[in-house]
Design a protein around this ligand. Structure first.
Ligand code: F6P
Length: 525
């Protein structure tokens, strides 16, 4: 085992140097060569945890590569950072906060923050079940048929992924998601809804986010124009740490579902921010979602690094990005229920690890986050998969599929699964008959296949927590803070002066902005 180092630059560690040498040693071996060299490769590079299987056998690495990558993780002291997170230490130093979303799903030894979180969750779940049962009604006494969740970023993506994956469309209430300040989003969601039977959730950790508050104010105007100001108290909920601001908005304390500030936005599905999902699937299913995430927490906190699924995904990503120079990863769920997963992972991974400095403020020696894009299969096959198969720049692919379908249409799921496996096979092996250059698919293109036995709440919780911990482990290897997001502040700050200039109240000093505003004003006049 490599000695631990406190160095912030992991690229200067022995483990790194040995990985560079190892890359040269295996550079000429293709994926086909690797399968020929080891006829147990498919099983040797697969790991299963309770119906969730991660297959790395089509990655361009060997068990030796993984051993060296684990040495790198040890050199970076990933385990210590992980343990500090579970212990509630302030591992987000730039915001002086603990990172304790794991406490939201931990039912053991409920004391301190865990006990308080449990009370908050129970209140939220009881409310969700009362709405679902029609026991809590709107201002006219009618049950709620529709729920509109207004939030953005982490107050939108996680709940939308979970609700879309788990909700049965015949259930009521129907849940709609609004994020964009573009009025098209809210007006489309509200079209056809009856204010008397609509519950509106304002999901915002801070209760200050401009997009969310703009949408919340417009939604309130829509509601009060039909039902009067007093209806706000029964038709609005706030999911927020900022109880005072929610009160000022007019939402009574009983309809404010709080959570602690140690819950980061992109990790907040498990808190009161998950109310829309609890409304869609019911309290019991929401608890199952948390149980599945907790199972992954236990695995992450206690499994040896070499069998630790989040760590395996983290080091594989690092290997591809740095050592094989593949900075882009395509996330390809072969399941419509997971259609919002790529967007969720874009925030989770790129907002967390899209950082340029280490914890001590020095430039980071590599890109800690992949650029992520993706779409569901088989749709992507008729779009960007062409580039995956024949484009000169290699892209790492990550397939996610579920053994059991979420519908009863005969034959569809077999075709779907067969296509997913065929894509992974084609990327790895290429064309058998490269007669003409235009037909030639070079192959040797790496992919991971993640299989779930079922897409039930428990296994979805496992999957989402798997990615959360992968991000945490990657950030620990690079010694960055995965839990702040100061990069988004500059654009937010500039939008105020630009808005003032758009209204003609000031003149922008940026020439390109001034020219664009002049054009916009001319076209809008
Ligand atoms: O995009 C920045 C961000 O702070 C995200 O991290 C967060 O998920 C999102 O804005 C929404 O913030 P809030 O929940 O406070 O409205």
């Amino acid at each position: 085992m490599t000695a631990k180092t406190a160095m912030s630059d992991i690229t200067k560690s022995n483990a790194w140097t040995r990985l560079e040498a190892h890359r040269e040693e295996i550079a000429s071996a293709t994926l086909s060569d690797m399968f020929i060299a080891d006829d147990e490769r498919a099983s040797r590079l697969s790991w299963e945890l309770d119906g969730l299987n991660v297959d790395l056998s089509r990655q361009r690495l060997t068990t030796d590569t993984l051993d060296l990558l684990m040495d790198l993780a040890r050199a970076a002291d990933v385990e210590a950072r992980r343990d500090a997170m579970f212990a509630g230490q302030p591992i987000n130093p730039t915001e002086d906060r603990a990172v304790l979303h794991v406490a939201l799903r931990d039912e053991t030894g409920l004391t301190g923050v865990g006990a308080e979180a449990k009370i908050q969750r129970q209140t939220m779940i009881d409310f969700a079940d009362a709405i679902r049962a029609g026991a809590e009604t709107g201002a006219t006494g009618q049950a709620f048929c529709d729920v509109v969740n207004i939030g953005i970023g982490g107050s939108h993506q996680g709940p939308m992924v979970a609700t879309t994956a788990l909700a049965n469309s015949v259930n009521t209430p129907r849940v709609h998601y609004v994020a964009n300040v573009d009025g098209t989003d809210l007006s489309t969601a509200l079209r056809g809804l009856d204010p008397a039977t609509t519950l509106i959730l304002v999901a915002s950790k801070t209760f200050t986010t401009a997009e969310t508050m703009t949408n919340a104010n417009s939604a309130r105007a829509w509601l009060t124009s039909a039902l009067g100001d007093d209806a706000v108290a029964q038709h609005f909920c706030a999911l927020s740490t900022n109880e005072a601001a929610a009160g000022e908005f007019g939402i009574p304390a009983a309809r404010v579902f709080p959570f602690a500030d140690w819950v980061g936005g992109r990790f907040s599905l498990w808190s009161s921010i998950g109310l829309s999902t609890a409304l869609a699937v019911g309290g019991a299913a929401f608890e199952q979602l948390l149980s599945g995430a907790h199972a992954m927490d236990r695995h992450f906190s206690s499994s040896p690094l070499g069998e630790n699924l989040p760590v395996l995904l983290a080091v594989t990503d690092l290997w591809n990005r740095i050592f094989l120079d593949l900075p882009v990863r395509a996330v390809l769920p072969y399941d419509e229920r997971l259609r919002h997963l790529p967007a969720h992972l874009q925030q989770l991974e790129m907002e967390s690890n899209g950082k340029g400095v280490t914890l001590s403020g020095e430039p980071v020696s590599g890109p800690p986050a992949s650029v992520i894009f993706g779409a569901t299969g088989t749709n992507g096959q008729h779009s960007f998969h062409q580039l995956l198969h024949q484009g000169p720049a290699l892209v790492a692919a990550e397939f996610i599929a579920v053994a059991m379908p979420g519908h009863d249409l005969a034959g569809h799921h077999d075709i779907l699964l067969a296509n997913m496996l065929a894509q992974a096979q084609a990327l790895a092996n290429g064309t058998a008959d490269p007669e003409t250059p235009h037909h030639h698919c070079p192959g040797n293109r790496p992919s991971t296949v993640i299989l779930l036995k079922t897409l039930d709440p428990y296994r979805l919780g496992m999957l989402l927590a798997l990615y959360e911990h992968k991000v945490m482990a990657e950030g620990a290897i690079w010694n960055i803070n995965s839990f702040d997001q100061f990069g988004v502040q500059l654009g937010k700050a500039l939008s105020g002066p630009v808005l003032s200039a758009l209204k003609g109240d000031s003149t922008p000093n940026d020439p390109a902005t001034a020219a664009a505003l002049a054009k916009l004003r001319a076209w809008r006049s």
